[in-house]
Design a protein around this ligand. Structure first.
Ligand code: NAD
Length: 274
């Protein structure tokens, strides 16, 4: 029987985090390395990935940074080759690269038919859906023999309508069905070795939503005020408040859990507004 500490430990686990130098991804990397795991940070910008890895190494943790675009299958395959050569395995994958794309947003002063930016919305859709499916295809395949845990990052956006972000919401809605679909399909083929779950964060102030949530002077937009009014906890989340759910899903504490999603949203999706 494992103790709670052992259950939640990531000791000896090699865990890939896409978008690992973003605001939430960076917090995930902190949590993974604090739980004893080795974090492989993959991000669009090499210097950011390496800088984050350096920060962890200086604190005594184990992290390595790689440049990689989650939409580039060939580039990720090359990164995977390097990871396998260096570490021999991959035990976990956190699909944290993603987010909203500014040109996909429909502003209140725009016409919802005439000004709908199809190309912008396609970008948001592609980044969020294929930016999760492609890394899962590449890095998840390394889990076929020894097993592992895949954690997708969804959102509250497909659960209830958020105005203005249709492309993003459609992308996250696809992640929700993908998480369940892939969990079942891999279980049917590989038994109970590979888990596929998701976290649905509520609202956190990060880079990708900065323009929607804050004004140039740093004050909150009307949208933020509306969000807080619809959040029973009446505040934004702190990135580290996602880490409990993340470590649970990556560790042996969740061995019988697959196809599930954990909402970490201060009650946003449970509140009718009344
Ligand atoms: P962020 O912008 O701080 O981080 C996103 C990271 O992903 C960045 O480091 C960026 O460089 C990287 N990235 C973007 N496109 C990439 C690509 N093609 N290939 C590789 N890396 C790429 O944003 P965040 O808020 O930390 O977002 C992390 C995830 O959490 C996203 O999927 C986002 O949709 C989701 N999420 C965020 C919130 C929130 O309130 N911030 C809420 C729900 C879900």
């Amino acid at each position: 029987m494992k103790t709670s500490n052992q259950l939640f430990s990531l000791e000896n686990k090699i865990i890939v985090v896409t978008g690992g130098s973003g605001v939430l991804g960076s917090s995930f990397v902190n949590a993974i390395t604090e739980a004893g795991g080795t974090a492989i940070i993959i991000d669009l910008h090499q210097e950011n990935a390496e800088q984050k890895a350096k920060e962890i190494t200086e604190k005594g943790g184990k992290a390595f940074g790689y440049q990689g675009n989650v939409l580039d299958e060939a580039a990720l395959t090359e990164v995977k080759k390097q990871i396998i050569e260096k570490f021999g395995k991959i035990d976990g994958l956190v699909n944290a690269a993603g987010g909203n794309v500014p040109e996909s947003v429909i502003n209140p002063d725009q016409d919802v038919f005439d000004d709908m930016n199809i190309e912008g919305m396609k970008k948001a859709l592609v980044l969020n859906v294929w930016g999760t499916v492609i890394p899962t295809k590449i890095f998840g395949a390394a889990m076929k023999e020894n097993g592992g845990s895949i954690v997708n990052i969804s959102s509250v956006s497909p659960k209830t309508v958020l105005t203005r972000v249709m492309g993003y919401s459609m992308g996250k809605a696809a992640i929700d069905i993908y998480t369940k679909w892939f969990a079942v399909e891999v279980a049917k083929r590989y038994g109970d070795k590979i888990r596929v779950n998701a976290i649905a964060p509520g609202f956190f102030l990060t880079k990708q939503n900065k323009d929607l949530l804050t004004n140039p002077d740093g004050s909150l937009t009307q949208r933020s005020v509306d969000i807080l009014r619809s959040t029973p906890y009446n505040r934004f989340g702190q990135p580290e408040e996602l880490n409990g759910a993340l470590i649970y899903l990556l560790s042996d504490a969740s061995l019988f859990v697959t196809g599930s999603e954990i909402a970490v949203d201060g009650g946003f999706t449970k509140y009718s507004g009344v």
